[in-house]
Design a binder for this molecule. Structure first.
Ligand code: NCD
Length: 307
């Protein structure tokens, strides 16, 4: 039963619950009008202490398309955080007004603290460089829709694997499916954090490889997941400038890739995918954005317990 639960990281969902959400998202895509009043009278609060375009607006669009209402703030500057209010106090207040909360926060663990203090479901919409479980739901729905399965494939994840929270959540979620091989492509300084390597990849004996050059392995991939170098998490601007253009996917690099490989990116992109790639039939990142809204509709319905 998902009703009343919070979603802080991918492992909060059992595989069965995850599949329920993905199936409901498929049904919503098939027949969106059937769900137009599913959340009538319910309120979603979006508490965004960090900038966002897609995630916040897709949560809001999801709730509006379910017939519900939304309220919230889109930066810490416009909330009582500037007066020194704690996340714990803010959530207790919001829980008096809303039925469900989506929270993004620069501090890792802030949505977990909120969930512990809240009597309504809290969804982590990204906490620092830690986790981003609803982006992962969008990613899984995209892969399932375009590849027809969530097992037996090789995925290359490229870019900032250290600070990229979408990467951490995706690896965790995919680690539960059969026969997935990960090729992790990053500069030495931006490799996946130790806890992902030790507690997920090594502990679960998952087939993985860490490499620095995309060109050398692109032909092996069924899915290529590109990511942005996370400027806002760097301590030092010189390091960011040195690393920011480590990978630029363009048409020439794609020549060696499989015909049916899909190219994903959580967006926003900076330079890591050249715009000429947008017209390649393998480019899936805008479809991925659309999946994000539908899967959030399904998630909100499940956590609120409306059918
Ligand atoms: C990602 C995020 O916020 O972590 N964006 C998103 O939610 N779609 C990725 C990023 O900012 O690079």
């Amino acid at each position: 039963m998902l009703k009343g639960k919070s979603l802080i990281e991918p492992m909060d969902l059992s595989l069965e619950e995850l599949n329920e959400i993905l199936c409901l998202a498929d049904e919503i895509i098939e027949n969106p009008t059937a769900y137009a009043d599913a959340c009538k009278g319910k309120i979603l609060a979006t508490l965004f202490y960090e900038p966002s375009t897609r995630t916040r607006l897709s949560f809001e669009a999801a709730m509006l398309r379910l017939g519900g209402n939304v309220m919230g703030f889109s930066s810490a500057d416009t909330s009582s955080a500037t007066k020194g209010e704690s996340v714990a106090d803010t959530i207790r207040t919001i829980a008096c007004y809303a039925d469900i909360v989506a929270m993004r926060h620069p501090k890792e663990g802030a949505p977990l603290v909120a969930a512990m203090k809240s009597n309504i479901p809290v969804i982590n919409a990204g906490d620092g460089g830690h986790q981003h479980p609803t982006q992962t739901l969008s990613d899984l729905l995209t892969i399932k829709t375009l590849k027809g399965k969530l097992n037996d494939f090789t995925i290359g994840i490229c870019g900032d694997l250290k600070f990229g929270r979408t990467v951490h959540s995706l690896i965790k979620a995919l680690s539960r499916y059969e026969n997935i091989k990960f090729i992790l492509i990053s500069p030495e300084e931006l490799r996946v954090p130790e806890y992902i390597r030790e507690e997920i990849l090594i502990k679960k004996a998952i087939d993985y490889l860490e490499v620095e050059r995309l060109e050398d392995i692109i032909q092996e991939l069924d899915v290529l997941y590109m990511t942005r170098v996370q400027k806002e998490r760097f301590f030092n601007e010189a390091d960011y400038i040195r690393l920011k253009d480590s990978y630029i996917l363009d048409s020439s690099k794609l020549e060696k890739a499989k015909e049916d490989m899909i190219i994903m990116h959580p967006l926003p992109r900076v330079n890591e995918i050249s715009v000429e790639v947008d017209n390649d039939p393998r480019a899936a990142y805008f479809r991925q954005t659309k999946c994000g809204m539908y899967v959030r509709m399904a998630l909100i319905m499940k956590l609120l317990g409306v059918e």
